[in-house]
Design a protein around this ligand. Structure first.
Ligand code: AMP
Ligand code: MG
Length: 392
């Protein structure tokens, strides 16, 4: 898979406002503009003082207050304290802040009830980051914390990798547009809709090319168009049927395949190769197969095309709530619901009619993973579940 990222050559970038960069992959380094925190910062509302003067029962004269944002120039005189607020700069001379809850005050006099450690309730200047320190690097994905960090140091415009453009081409003589009314034996092109949504969630830009008939010429033309984008995802036409032509058409166009079947159910006929320098995925057309194989194979490739590392699959362990039986030999991905009960997640497979059953998947929030060597899993056993990233 790594090859996809490398073969692509220099990646297109764009400068994006920090407000619009959520989910993008950074293509530059960001450094701090100064130390963080820029001053010794109080983390509590209380009194700044010399820690050794705050023995239990001691009284110190309060000579003023420091609010967050106040300029603090003068050092604290011995034998005194200053009222200080959270986020304010601790004056020179003071080495601790005592929480207001641990004091009593009468007029100017503050009485301290317990001892305080040097440094307590102060984050020292420069302890989070030094000046000009590299804090965000190329390849990092920008989530809300990363965006806040960029904003903190004033990096309001960020050079980011452009979203990889992912062509989506469905195939099948029976497939009509979603706003057409299908004949009795036709179906609407729901795969293009799920694939476009999955491409978006994976960080790509979907380019929906419509549907190709199960004919060599039409497939060839539309695949040619799809190869102009950064990657091409096809649905349907990769099984063993007489009209499953995707693999042979791709081969005739120079594709080299890395795999042309996978030991999973649903999704066994999935193929992946490079064609004219572009990654091409032929996903089986059954809607749930298309969805599962996208998550397993296409989503990580979109990460690599974005200049990021492939993210790990969102797998968690859960307790099986109902015993299961599956045919061994293939790893199964069953539509299931995971619920967070008491401490541990609990999962139950849903009834379904196989990989065409989109309605069952709409009741699921995960796929329960049944390993290929398991025929029976008992209630209470621990199983892996692949979370639906769009819901959980
Ligand atoms: P195929 O992989 O082409 O053999 O198709 C497998 C099943 O998925 C068939 O029942 C197709 O009708 C159905 N299918 C194929 N393409 C789509 C699509 N774009 N949207 C919804 N279902 C599809
Ligand atoms: Mg087909």
């Amino acid at each position: 898979m790594e090859e996809i990222g490398r073969k692509k050559g220099p990646r297109a970038t764009a400068v994006v406002s920090v407000w619009d960069a959520l989910g993008l992959v950074l293509a530059q380094e960001v450094r701090t503009d100064r130390e963080y925190p820029p001053f010794d910062r109080s983390t509590r509302d209380g009194y700044a003082l010399r820690s050794k003067e705050a023995v239990p029962g001691a009284q110190l004269k309060c000579i003023g207050e420091i609010k967050a944002g106040d300029t603090v120039k003068e050092a604290l005189a011995a034998g005194t304290c200053l009222q200080i607020m959270t986020g304010a700069a601790v004056p020179a001379g003071a080495d601790a802040v005592v929480m207001i809850e641990h004091t009593t005050r009468e007029g100017d006099l503050v009485r301290f009830e317990r001892a305080v450690e040097p440094g307590q309730n102060i984050v020292p200047r420069g302890s989070e980051a030094t000046a000009a320190q590299s804090i965000l690097t190329p390849g990092m994905r920008l989530g809300y914390a990363e965006l806040a960090l960029a904003a903190q140091v004033g990096a309001v415009r960020l050079e980011c990798a452009q979203r990889p453009r992912v062509a989506i081409l469905s195939t099948g003589d029976e497939v009509v547009l979603i706003d057409e009314s299908p004949g009795e034996f036709q179906i609407r092109n729901s795969n293009s809709v799920s694939l476009a949504a999955q491409v978006r969630i994976a960080g790509g830009q979907p380019v929906v090319l419509g549907n190709a008939a199960d004919r060599i010429e039409d497939l060839g033309e539309k695949i040619e168009r799809g190869l102009k984008e950064d990657a091409l995802v096809l649905s349907g036409g990769v099984s063993m049927g007489k009209y499953d032509l995707v693999e042979s058409v791709l081969k005739a166009m120079g594709a080299e395949f890395f795999f042309d079947a996978v030991a999973i159910q649903p999704g066994k006929p999935a193929v992946f190769g490079m064609c004219q320098g572009k990654p091409v995925f032929g996903l089986p057309g059954n809607p749930v197969s298309t969805m599962v194989t996208f998550e397993l194979f296409v989503a990580p490739a979109i990460d690599l095309l974005s200049g990021a590392e492939a993210r790990a699959l969102p797998l968690v362990e859960a307790r099986l709530a109902e015993a299961l039986r599956e045919k061994p030999g293939l790893t199964h991905f069953l539509p299931a619901r995971v619920e967070w009960r008491e401490q541990a997640p609990e999962v139950k497979a849903l009834r379904w009619q196989g990989s065409g059953d989109i309605a069952a998947l709409s009741r699921a929030n995960c796929f329960l993973v049944v390993p290929a060597d398991r025929e029976k899993i008992d209630i209470g056993e621990s199983v892996s579940v692949l979370l639906r990233k769009d819901l959980v």
